[in-house]
Every structure is written in structure tokens, then in C-alpha cells.
Design a binder for this molecule. Structure first.
Ligand code: EPZ
Length: 422
């Protein structure tokens, strides 16, 4: 297994490019199941999770070819309606094939996703919505069995805004009979990106990005070409990298409009953010100024994103004072705390609150990644820790960040990937 080794203390300076968004590419790839026409997708990031869903789609009958930055995909016919445990256990987002499969071929057999490091991750809202649309669903031996001659439009209210739940039902509703209304829908930009992709193929979706999405079913869907939006969480991670190393990074190919909450919080800590149409320049606080402590509360979009919580905690670990980070989305999203403590951070947990007392510096140490964004937090901490930080289990990192060590070393980080001798 690989590990990442970082020697801390170098301010990052230069241009850094953002890849396409993992959490937009996954639902868009799953939604190609809805049509038998050709799709050309640009900006699909080269990530483990993307490879996992592409393998799954091929097992269902998709033909996928990569040509440079283009991903050519066509699902002429569905040859299997199954998403086995092997695919789902490594990537919960495989549940995203459920809605499109059911809509395309009237049945789906998808392994029930288990929990993961950040929480139990239930999907009852996905299933309840599909049942409202006429699906007959049973769960046997850990597999969701869903059947529907043809889905019918329905009025679905989500108890909680669920990103993949909204995406699953929006995709299923595209081919349903009649109109579907999704209320209390997730407003994340990735939901909007999926809607744009589907409307480009002939779907009739209105209101994506708001709490009420209306979908008028069509009889079939066409193909087309589409560029996946840039990854706002990767961009946010690089923003924190500039702030924590007190460097200056031009973060290219990103949309600042999707990062308002992160920009606001980083400016409160003393960093400066200059916004362009498709870039940002982030400058860390000067060496003679303290990094100010700020409080963070994660919320559904447009609130502060839970996927940026761990990264901000790494910054707060060396801030000047006490900050409180409240995680309202996932029950178990503090796995990075124990590892940050190993590096000298002073963090106390009480339920969904983390109380961080900033320290003057962190010390490099061997640490272990536990989930995708926790891995990013450990890298950020390693960039400023005194001495060397070894991060193991970085397969978590590879699920959501394309070659992050190459991107960071190009702007001055002393970071490398090495084979871990067991
Ligand atoms: C998506 O997960 C993202 N993943 C997550 O990103 C992200 O953290 C999350 O949204 C929140 O923004 C993808 O898009 C592939 P939810 P998702 O359904 O859809 C509860 C990353 O790091 N809930 O919006 O699974 C749930 O337990 C990943 O890139 C139910 O109770 O999250 C949570 O508390 C991690 N029942 C809340 O809703 C349901 O049926 C929000 O979860 C569904 C969700």
C-alpha cells in the first residue's frame, strides 16, 4: 500500500488546477443508463470512485472509452440490472444507479450500501421516494430488489435534504409518466450540474438548485456532450492549503460562486481571497499576523459544506484562540481529530461539537487516513507541521483527489507518495 510523506514548513506559491467534480461526475455517469444514445463527457476526474462506477456501468451493458479528456459512453442495451456488493461496499455512491436502472428497464437489484467511516448513511428516503413513484421494493439478504412497469410522477417530500437522494429521484423521474415534484430537495451545485446534463439530453427539469424541483417525464432521452463542473471541494481544499502555509495560490478552473461560505470563513481567519470568473487567488495571513479562530457549523448548501469541515479543522488547529466546529450532517465525521491530536493539536469533542484550542505549531508524526476528507486534513496539517508526517491508508484519498501530491509539489510542497513497506 502507498503512503504520503510530507516535510512541513514550506509556503505554497503558484498556480494550481482544479479537476472535474467527483460528486457531479458520479450521478452524471449513473444517469447515462437512462438513454441508449451516445454521450461525450468532458472533465470526468481520474479517480478511484469514477473507475468503480465505470466498471459497474460496463457490467450493466455500457460501452466506455476514454479519449484524452473525453469519456465516451453509450448504454445501447441493459444487460444486467445488478449492482453487486463488491461495487457498493467500496463506493456507497453506487446507489446512484438505482433510479436510472429502474426508469430504464423497470427493475434493479442493488446491494444495500452499508455505513462508512463518517456514519451509518441510511438511504430510506431514496427508497420511500421510488415507492411513491410506483416502485415495488423489497430488501432481502442485503440487496434492494426494485420493480416498476413504468414509474409514475409523484410529489415527494424529503425529511432531510439528501444530495444523492435528490439525484436518484430526479434521474428516475425523467422517464416517469407525468410530473414529479421533489420538495425539500438538496440545493447542492452538483444537483444542478446533473439537471443541466439531463436537460441537455432532452429531460424537462425545472428548479434544480432550489428546494423544489419539478420534473415532467419524457418517453425517451437523447445523448449529447457535456462538461462536468469543477470540483468545489478540491478548490476549497487548495484554498485552505494557501491559508495554512501562509502562501499564495492561484486556484484555476473553479467557480467562486459555489464557495461563498468557505471564502467568507477564510477571510475571517485573516486570509485574503481575490475572486475571478473562473479562478481565485488566495493569500495566507502574513507571518507576523496570527491566524484568527473562527466558528464553523456545517449545513446543507449554501451553508458551510460538511466536505470542508476536516480541512478547516486543520487550519483552526494552529489558529490564535478557541474555535468551535459543529458537524450537523454526519454523526461520525470527526475521525481526523485523533490523528490531528497525534500531531499536537488540542481538540476536545462533545457530541457534534469539536472545541479546538489553537497551538503555535504542529509536529510531524505517522498518522492514518480514515476517510476521504480526513485524508485531506492530514495532508494540510502535514504541510505546516515541524518535521516529517507519514500518512498511511491513502487509498481513502485516491477516491476523491486526482494526484494531489503532484499538484501540491508543483507549488512548492515537499510531498511524495512512497510504497509502504509492510
Ligand atoms: C453526498 O452524500 C456526497 N456524496 C457527500 O460527499 C457529502 O458529504 C454529502 O452529500 C452531504 O453534502 C456524493 O455526492 C457522492 P446526504 P449523500 O444523503 O448523498 C441523511 C465526499 O466526501 N440521510 O445528502 O450520501 C444522511 O445520513 C462525500 O465527497 C438519511 O437519513 O449525503 C445525512 O445525515 C462524503 N436518509 C444527511 O441525510 C437518507 O435516505 C445528508 O446525507 C439519505 C440521507
Amino acid at each position: 500500500m502507498d503512503k504520503i510523506v510530507i516535510s512541513g514548513g514550506k509556503p505554497l506559491r503558484g498556480d494550481i488546477h482544479v479537476s472535474g467534480a467527483k460528486n457531479a461526475a458520479l450521478p452524471i455517469l449513473a444517469a447515462t443508463l437512462l438513454s441508449k444514445e451516445d454521450h461525450i463527457l468532458y472533465g470526468v476526474p481520474k479517480l478511484m470512485d469514477v473507475e468503480t462506477i465505470q466498471r459497474l456501468l460496463c457490467s450493466m451493458g455500457a460501452d466506455i472509452k476514454e479519449e484524452g479528456d473525453a469519456c465516451l459512453i453509450r448504454v445501447k442495451a441493459i444487460k444486467s440490472c445488478e449492482a453487486p456488493y463488491e461495487s457498493v461496499k467500496t463506493m456507497r455512491a453506487a446507489i446512484l444507479v438505482l433510479g436510472p436502472l429502474l426508469a430504464r428497464c423497470g427493475e434493479a437489484h442493488v446491494s444495500l450500501p452499508g455505513g462508512c467511516a463518517i456514519g451509518p448513511r441510511p438511504i430510506q428516503m431514496h427508497l420511500a421516494g421510488l415507492e411513491k413513484m410506483g416502485a415495488v421494493i423489497s430488501i432481502e439478504h442485503g440487496v434492494i430488489h426494485a420493480k416498476a412497469r413504468r414509474l409514475s410522477g409523484a410529489h415527494v417530500y424529503f425529511d432531510l435534504p439528501t444530495v444523492t437522494g435528490t439525484e436518484n429521484l430526479m434521474s428516475a423521474a425523467v422517464l416517469a409518466e407525468g410530473e414529479t415534484v421533489l420538495d425539500n430537495a438538496a440545493c447542492e451545485p452538483e444537483v444542478v450540474d446533473l439537471a443541466r446534463f439531463l436537460n441537455g439530453c432532452g429531460a424537462r427539469i425545472h428548479g434544480a438548485g432550489t428546494e423544489r424541483i419539478t420534473i415532467t417525464g419524457v418517453s425517451s432521452l437523447g445523448g449529447g456532450s457535456y462538461r462536468v463542473m469543477p470540483d468545489r471541494i478540491e478548490a476549497g481544499t487548495f484554498m485552505v492549503a494557501a491559508a495554512i502555509t501562509r502562501g499564495e495560490l492561484a486556484i484555476l478552473e473553479c467557480d467562486p460562486a459555489y464557495l461563498v461560505s468557505v471564502i467568507d470563513k477564510l477571510q475571517d481567519t485573516g486570509a485574503t481571497v481575490t475572486e475571478g470568473k473562473d479562478f481565485m487567488v488566495v493569500k495566507g495571513a502574513p507571518a507576523h499576523k496570527k491566524i484568527r479562530s473562527v466558528d464553523i457549523k456545517t449545513l446543507p448548501y449554501p451553508g458551510f459544506p460538511t466536505d470542508m469541515q476536516a480541512q478547516m479543522m486543520a487550519l483552526m488547529a494552529i489558529s490564535d484562540g478557541l474555535s468551535v466546529i459543529t458537524e450537523t450532517i454526519f454523526e461520525g465525521r470527526f475521525n481526523h481529530v485523533a490523528e490531528l491530536r497525534r500531531m499536537g493539536a488540542e481538540i476536545r469533542l462533545e457530541g457534534s461539537h469539536a472545541f479546538i484550542k489553537g497551538v503555535s505549531s504542529l509536529s510531524g508524526a505517522p498518522v492514518m487516513a480514515s476517510d476521504l476528507r480526513a485524508s485531506a486534513a492530514l495532508i494540510l496539517a502535514g504541510l505546516i507541521a515541524q518535521g516529517e508526517t507519514d500518512i498511511s491508508r491513502i487509498y481513502h484519498l485516491d477516491r476523491g483527489y486526482a494526484k494531489i501530491e503532484d499538484k501540491l509539489s508543483q507549488v512548492g510542497a515537499s510531498i511524495q507518495r512512497v510504497k509502504e513497506v509492510i
